[in-house]
Design a protein around this ligand. Structure first.
Ligand code: PRX
Length: 655
């Protein structure tokens, strides 16, 4: 059977940057971009060496890329910036202190109840040094692992930077995860401390955090310290031998704390990502290479200028929060917005209210959020003045062209370029993306490889597939911010990412490249389905469904079928009232057949009000597959955001 994926969605709209955007952009000259890109591929040592020298080193590096084949090395075992010493909190904070940026606003924070705090670079530096001294006083030091389980409050970023300052390895666990998920991650990372809060605000109520920590560490004697931020004043249980209030520990603490010199390859952090099967993987990131990748991509992908107000709506519990809330923006001296709460609390225009209030110029969010905004209605966007916005971004999953167009027209007023950025927890920084002053953007395409990224579409045997044909995305060259391993599991690291083809990274996504070299991500390879021998991307069928006015969101899976091998089952969330399920289903089946072809016509449509998602908004298709096949769900559902969804899906109307 052919391993190629048939790509069936045709999208021909293209939007080049406006002349005014191009003229003011950091990189607006196509020739200059082409020259830099060529150098990044042909002479990576010269390119990345030049970029790395823009960062402040505590000791300069001797070599850029080393490994079994010197500067030509590829594969999993390479080293970046050997001989250098650097500290991430020094890069993010100290370097700005002798410049005009010392008194520039680094962080504008808003709590869900509407409370505000802002910090200049000098103030953030002081807070981080004091926080770091609190950690040191508890005996935490270089190489120790510290779990961070926090709401989206400034102390979350401070905690990460304080760990980095003393060389401790942080492991941020998203505050929406259960005690059991937290426990797994603390145990796997062998953490000696947890930084948390009493709770955080979420949709008007307190989401308690400390009780989950207590539960997670009851059998973990290695955890000697729980440092707790007082945020919501909810009552918490207290073990005086182990628990410390941050505000009490900070009293009288020294505001000086020298940054620990870290070797380039020393681990900066672990971040757990759930594979489609098996236990979560603790992705290991290095210090120098990671910072170089986060720094450069933030600067060029977001066209970051000195007076921008930048807002990435991710949570610090995800890689996007690490690279594009904390490390990338601060390394560039940016002013950024951070928001604690939900996008629909207390009302569905909250994000737009915040954009207007704080003068946001760059806005970076996820397709799942964009689809929710669409569902909530245009009036929430239209009520606010978004004229300061100049650039929009998306990340996390393929964006349907109809959602892309809505984002462009309604939020961006038709004038803001959209950077659709493809990357992963494992890649550390953005890999495929438009450069906003240069690239023509296309709805649904992450467009071109970023600097130093050698991306190709291969078949299972490692042969390049022709343009226009779907296949497996592959990265052939190493890049500075690539993962260095899976914590404690070298075998799984090599098997998962490096075993499909020699010395080539396998991200696990399907994609196709068009004749102009633009990449179109087709989703996880695990999500490909096979109808009568045709391998189709679930994402493209979902896009066709969503392009129908009656549908807000769709998830497509396969169930076994005697005749066709697999048959397509589509779960759809209708716009407004669903009406007669049977009539809707018939119309949608016809619509897909018309958009894509009879081949992709769903065998069954199920109307639902919600879809099972992970807490980061990814649809959990493995659960839908079990439901579609009428099987018992025996799989792990701990990463599911709302487990009541499963009953609704099982009993919902089918046609
Ligand atoms: O399938 C791709 C999808 O998200 C996966 C990575 O997920 P995670 O490690 O949680 O990181 C998300 C934030 C970087 C990828 O393998 N993905 C991410 N961005 C895009 C995307 N799919 C399509 N288009 C994107 N822009």
């Amino acid at each position: 059977m052919s391993q190629e994926i048939e790509s069936v969605l045709a999208e021909s709209r293209a939007f080049p940057p406006s002349d005014s955007f191009r003229a003011a952009a950091r990189l607006g000259d196509g020739d200059e971009y082409a020259r830099l890109h060529k150098q990044s591929i042909e002479d990576p040592s010269a390119f990345w060496g030049g970029v790395a020298k823009e960062l402040p080193w505590l000791r300069p590096f001797d070599e850029v890329l080393t490994g079994p084949d010197g500067a030509q090395s590829r594969g999993p075992g390479v080293e970046w910036f050997r001989g250098g010493e650097i500290n991430a909190s020094h890069v993010c904070l100290d370097q700005h202190l002798d410049t005009e940026r010392a008194n520039k606003t680094a962080l504008i924070w808003e709590g869900e109840p509407g409370d505000n705090r802002t910090f200049t670079y000098a103030e953030l530096h002081t807070e981080v040094c004091r926080f770091a001294n609190v950690l040191k006083a508890r005996g935490i030091g270089k190489g120790d692992r510290v779990a961070i389980y926090m709401p989206m409050i400034p102390e979350a970023a401070m905690a990460m930077l304080a760990c980095a300052r003393i060389g401790a390895i942080h492991s941020v666990v998203f505050g929406g995860f259960s005690a059991a998920s937290l426990q797994d991650r603390i145990a796997d990372g062998d953490c000696c401390a947890v930084i948390t809060a009493d709770g955080g605000w979420r949709r008007g109520s307190v989401l308690p955090l400390k009780p989950a920590v207590d539960e997670a560490i009851k059998d973990q004697p290695r955890v000697k310290t729980v440092l707790c931020v007082k945020r919501t004043e909810n009552a918490v249980a207290w073990d005086p031998a182990r628990d410390v209030w941050l505000h009490e520990a900070l009293e009288g603490v020294d505001a000086e704390c020298a940054p620990e010199p870290m070797q380039s390859e020393d681990v900066l952090f672990l971040l757990y990502t759930s594979g489609s099967t098996g236990k979560p993987k603790g992705i290991v990131h290095s210090t120098a290479g990671y910072l170089v990748g986060a720094y450069l991509s933030t600067k060029y992908v977001f066209d970051l200028q000195e007076d921008d107000v930048y807002w990435c709506t991710a949570d610090v519990g995800w890689i996007t929060g690490h690279s594009y809330i904390v490390y990338g923006p601060l390394a560039n001296g940016a002013t950024m917005v951070m928001y604690e709460g939900a996008p629909n609390a207390p009302h569905e225009g909250r994000f737009w209210e915040l954009c207007e209030k704080h003068g946001v110029t760059i806005f970076y969010t996820a397709p799942t959020a964009i689809r929710a905004f669409m569902k909530w209605g245009d009036e929430h966007v239209e009520r606010h003045d978004l004229s300061k916005l100049r650039l929009l971004g998306t990340v996390g999953e393929p964006i349907n062209p109809s959602a892309w167009m809505w984002y462009r027209d309604k939020v961006g007023g038709g004038r803001c370029p959209i950077v659709d950025t493809w990357w992963q927890t494992e890649t550390g920084s953005i890999m495929l993306t438009p450069i906003p002053g240069v690239s023509a953007t296309k709805p649904g395409s992450a467009t071109l490889p970023f600097f130093g990224v050698d991306a190709v579409i291969l078949d299972e045997e490692g042969r390049e597939v022709p343009d226009g044909m779907g296949g497996l995305l592959a990265l052939r060259r190493p890049w500075p911010s690539m993962l260095r391993g899976i914590w404690g599991d070298e075998k799984r690291f090599l098997e998962t990412y490096w075993s499909k083809w020699p010395l080539t990274y396998f991200p696990g996504d399907g994609a196709r490249k068009d004749a102009e070299g633009n990449f179109w991500i087709l989703g996880r390879v695990d999500d490909v389905l096979n109808v009568s021998g045709h391998r189709l991307s679930t994402m493209e069928i979902e896009s066709a469904l969503v392009s129908h006015d009656a549908v807000v969101e769709a998830a497509v899976v396969a169930r076994p079928d005697d005749l066709t091998g697999e048959a397509i089952v589509a779960f759809v969330i209708p716009q407004g009232e669903a009406g007669e399920a049977e009539a809707v289903a018939q119309a949608l089946k016809d619509h897909v057949a018309q958009e894509i072809g009879k081949l992709a016509r769903p065998a069954e449509i199920r109307v639902t009000t919600r879809l099972p998602k992970t807490r980061s908004g990814k649809i959990m298709r493995r659960l839908l597959r079990a439901i579609a096949a009428g099987e018992e769900i025996t799989q792990d559902t701990t990463t599911l955001e709302d487990s009541t969804i499963l009953d609704e899906l099982r009993s919902g109307p089918k046609a």
